[in-house]
Every structure is written in C-alpha cells, then in structure tokens.
Design a protein around this ligand. Structure first.
Ligand SMILES: Cc1cc2nc3c(=O)[nH]c(=O)nc-3n(C[C@H](O)[C@H](O)[C@H](O)COP(=O)(O)O)c2cc1C
Length: 206
C-alpha cells in the first residue's frame, strides 16, 4: 500500500516537511559573503545545494526567501562555499541563527576567518574545502532564488587528500536530513558504472 500526498491539498509547510525528509541526505553549502556597505562578513548554511555545470564549474544553492546571504551576493557578485565537516557540527548550526542584520556570524559564533585568494568574502579557516565563486546568475522560482556561482578557485587542505584526491573518510561531511536531523557518512560502497558492451543483464538476474 502507498500513501498519496497532493501538494495542492496541503499547507506549504507540511509539503516542505515531506520534501526535506525525503530529498536526503543533502550536502550543505556553508556560504560566506560580505555586506558591501558595512563590510560585515556573513556566514550561513544552505542545504538546497548542488553542482549545476561541470564546464564551466558552476555550483548552485537556493535561498528560501530573501536573506542576508542572497542580498550580499546580489550586491557584490561574490561568495564562498565552505565545506561542512563533522567536527564543526555545532558551529555550523550556530551560523543558522537569525541574528539581526549587521551581526557577523563569524564573530557571533567565534569562527576563525582566512582570506580568500580570488574573492573578497573570507573562507572558514577550519573548513577543509572552499570554493570561491563569482555570481553566474540567479533564478527566481516561487519563494526561492537559485543562486548559480562560477567557481573561480578551489582550495583543499592537504590533510584530507590521499594521492592528491579528497578522501571521504578524512572529509567526514555533514549532511542535512529532515526535521532537525543531520547525517554523517557511516558507510561507503564502491560500484563502477557498467559499460553497455559489458552489460550482463539486470542485477536481479546476475
Ligand atoms: C543545515 C541547515 C541548512 C539550511 N539550508 C537552507 C537552505 O538551503 N536555504 C535557505 O534559505 N535557508 C537554509 N537554512 C536556514 C539559513 O541558514 C538561515 O535562515 C540563516 O539565518 C540565513 O542567514 P542569513 O540571513 O545571514 O543569510 C538552513 C539551516 C540549516 C541549519
């Protein structure tokens, strides 16, 4: 038996809870930006996050509603996506607090900054990966705005690299699940894609 849900019959909030509980696990973009008027550095997690394009390298995240992060990016055309490792769990959550405009989450949550190479917003010093981005475009959909950022520089801490490649057991990413749940990577399985010439029938029959 299956249970049907029609978004037209449900409150937006109820359907949002269904979506966020089932589109899981979601990687988290920890987005740093700068207010161009005050110079205040802003930091906030966004889990509606993915890769939009490989060539050129473009990442995307969605702002639900108009928040400081979105306003700063529209005004400056720059942002940094910082990686969210397990060891920064509570600090990441601290930066999702709805501090008043003008309060820097870096200062409020005591998060150390480091300068970026190609953009003005700083990186999170303790995060092992950062993508420095220039705004590519935005797309407004309903109450959301999808922000596309062209990655102009990437930096990775050497202690998460094995043979020059980021290693999942060292990265230890946090993800967002439903409700107030967060995910950790507890098991990794390896399976290569099958080329058509090697196809030996459906998995259930092999
Ligand atoms: C793990 C996590 C993921 C979040 N993902 C999003 C998201 O994808 N989009 C969004 O608009 N807000 C998201 N939020 C909420 C924002 O982080 C929060 O509204 C924050 O205060 C926005 O900060 P700002 O006003 O400084 O931009 C998320 C919060 C948490 C804790």
């Amino acid at each position: 038996m299956r249970v049907d849900f029609n978004p037209a019959d449900m409150s937006p909030n109820k359907f949002y809870k269904l979506l966020t509980a089932t589109v899981v696990p979601r990687p988290i973009a920890w987005v740093s930006t700068i207010d161009p008027y005050s110079g205040c550095a802003n930091l906030a997690p966004h889990s509606f996050f993915s890769i939009a394009s490989v060539t050129p390298p473009v990442v995307q995240f969605s702002s639900v509603g108009r928040k400081d992060t979105l306003r700063n990016i529209e005004a400056t055309g720059e942002f940094v996506v910082n990686f969210t490792p397990e060891e920064l769990f509570e600090q990441i959550n601290d930066t999702a607090t709805d501090f008043p405009h003008g309060v820097s989450e870096f200062e409020a949550a005591a998060i150390e900054v480091e300068p970026s190479l190609r953009v003005k917003p700083p990186r999170v010093a303790a995060s092992p990966v950062a993508f420095e981005c220039e705004l590519h475009s935005t797309l407004r959909i309903g109450d959301g705005t999808v922000v596309f950022g062209r990655v102009v520089h990437a930096v990775v801490s050497d202690d998460v690299l094995v043979d020059g490649h980021p290693e999942i057991s060292k990265l230890r990413p946090l993800s967002r699940l439903g409700k107030n749940e967060w995910g950790t990577v507890s098991g990794v399985r390896d399976l290569a894609r099958i080329r058509h010439e090697d196809w030996q029938g459906p998995a259930a029959d092999r």
